[in-house]
Design a protein around this ligand. Structure first.
Ligand code: UGA
Length: 432
């Protein structure tokens, strides 16, 4: 059993902490937000993440995990400290590492009182050079070099599947400052059945950005291809079936729609372009990915307008408000520009989501929120399915026909069963 402190109780921190506690380690989670710490202490998660709360309560009750706001006190004689605080975007898109700096100071003060060796692991998404250039100097002010190791171990978990991904990683990237740290990190991950890629700190940091930039680019490629297929009168789905026969292409992240959202892909790609600009390089491809993503939602509005005509005074149901189904998060959700675009065109926008209605109302106050799918569809002149929640995939054509005034449905996620849609004017991005 290893003593571990996890700093930052967001998605990454809590999924990491719970997975380490379930692997048999003694974990202390810390957060500067006293309210969050109190809620967590009572077994309540501050966000929606399927399955995580139950397991969190279990490890809390079993005494394998504690929560505190005293980071310095917690790190005393711990063997590993995982930094899992957020690195949100500043106004200009650059990465804000203020939380990381604060966390590093707290950790450094705590380690100043420690006797054994501790590995401080950056799990937060940080630009290359941050662990060496920002965290190391802070630690060095308080702690002698020989008692601290530095590692970078980026997370690749997806919201909605956070615990599963933390416990069943498909790869582990380990950046470290030398052999002693690397051996300690390998020992901690012993028994995890996946490839472990070892490298230096800076490269590990860049691998995280590269992965998200690649995913964002791949989705944007799918969106562009779908837009092209549509105007050229070809079925995108059919094209992709042929495309992925090339072993160099795989079908994941090739589902076209209204663009990528969330708290990671848009933020990380932007941070990379801003960091490049600051160093005199114009990252044109990634900037274009962001620009195209920004306006992809218009494709859904155009499809709707083709079927419904002017949207003025039309009642439009917008189903799914989070950035994807299964996640309770509206950050970066493409439902936001979609709803605003519909409102600008004079539509009455009726929104429904299984989880995030209240958050969405705060972001887009002009919409009309309802608490059931039926209410959203009743009397609607058109419907846009924005997020891939399972409950939407089971809607049958009969339901649309029974409830809507005009059965026009734009499926931005390809989740509706086309076989069950007779009588519906079903449109999908990328279909002629
Ligand atoms: C993403 C990455 O997938 C994780 O590997 C990474 O760890 C995480 O960011 C992070 O950096 O923390 P997540 O933000 O949970 O995870 O969301 P994804 O499942 O990647 O989806 C991102 C967006 O792309 C969503 O809006 C989704 O609907 C959209 N998407 C995804 C598509 O439009 N098409 C696709 O084919 C796939």
């Amino acid at each position: 059993m290893v003593q571990i402190v996890v700093v930052g109780c967001g998605w990454v921190g809590l999924a990491t902490a719970v997975s380490l506690a379930r692997a048999g380690h003694q974990v202390v989670c810390t957060d500067v937000d006293g309210n969050r710490v109190r809620e967590l202490g009572a077994g309540r998660l501050p966000f929606f993440e399927p399955g995580l709360q139950e397991v969190f309560r279990q490890v809390l009750d079993d005494g394998c995990l504690e929560v505190t706001s005293d980071t310095a006190g917690a790190v005393g004689s711990t063997e590993f400290v995982f930094l899992c605080v957020g690195t949100p975007p500043r106004e200009d898109g650059s990465m804000d590492n203020a939380h990381l700096v604060d966390a590093a100071h707290d950790v450094a003060r705590g380690l100043g009182r420690s006797s054994g060796r501790t590995v401080v692991v950056t799990k937060s998404t940080v630009l290359p050079g941050t662990t060496e250039g920002v965290i190391r100097p802070i630690l060095r002010k308080f702690v002698p070099a020989e008692v601290v190791g530095l590692a970078v171990n980026p997370e690749f978990l997806r919201e909605g599947r956070a615990l599963h991904d933390a416990e069943h990683p498909d790869r582990i990237v380990l950046g470290s400052d030398g052999q002693e740290t690397s051996a300690a990190m390998r020992a901690l991950h012993r028994g995890v059945a996946c490839p472990v890629f070892e490298t230096d700190l800076r490269t590990a940091e860049m691998i995280k950005y590269s992965t998200n930039a690649f995913l964002a680019t791949k989705i944007t490629f799918a969106n562009e291809l779908a837009n092209l297929c549509q105007i050229l009168g070809v079925s995108f789905d059919e094209v992709v079936r042929g495309l992925v026969l090339d072993p160099r292409a795989n079908p994941q992240f090739l589902v076209p729609g209204v663009g990528f959202g969330g708290s990671c892909l848009p933020k990380d790609v932007r941070a990379l372009t801003v960091a490049a600009q600051a160093r005199g390089y114009d990252a044109e491809l990634l900037k274009t990915v962001l620009a195209l993503n920004e306006k992809q939602y218009l494709q859904a509005i155009r499809l709707l307008e083709k079927e419904v005509g002017s949207l003025r005074e039309k009642r439009i149901a917008l189903l799914g408000l989070t950035f994807k189904g299964g996640a309770g998060d509206i950050r970066g959700s493409r439902a936001i520009p979609l709803a605003n675009g519909l409102l600008e065109r004079g539509a009455t926008v009726v929104v429904y989501d299984p989880v995030a209605v209240q958050d969405f109302l705060n972001a887009v106050p002009g919409v009309y929120a309802v608490s059931t799918l039926e209410e959203a569809l009743r009397g609607a002149d058109g419907c846009i399915v924005q997020a891939d929640w399972p409950e939407f995939s089971s809607i049958a054509g009969q339901d649309f026909l029974r409830l809507m005034r005009t059965p026009v449905v734009v499926d931005c996620r390809r989740i509706l069963d086309t076989e069950r849609m007779s009588g519906i004017r079903l449109r999908r991005i990328g279909e002629p």
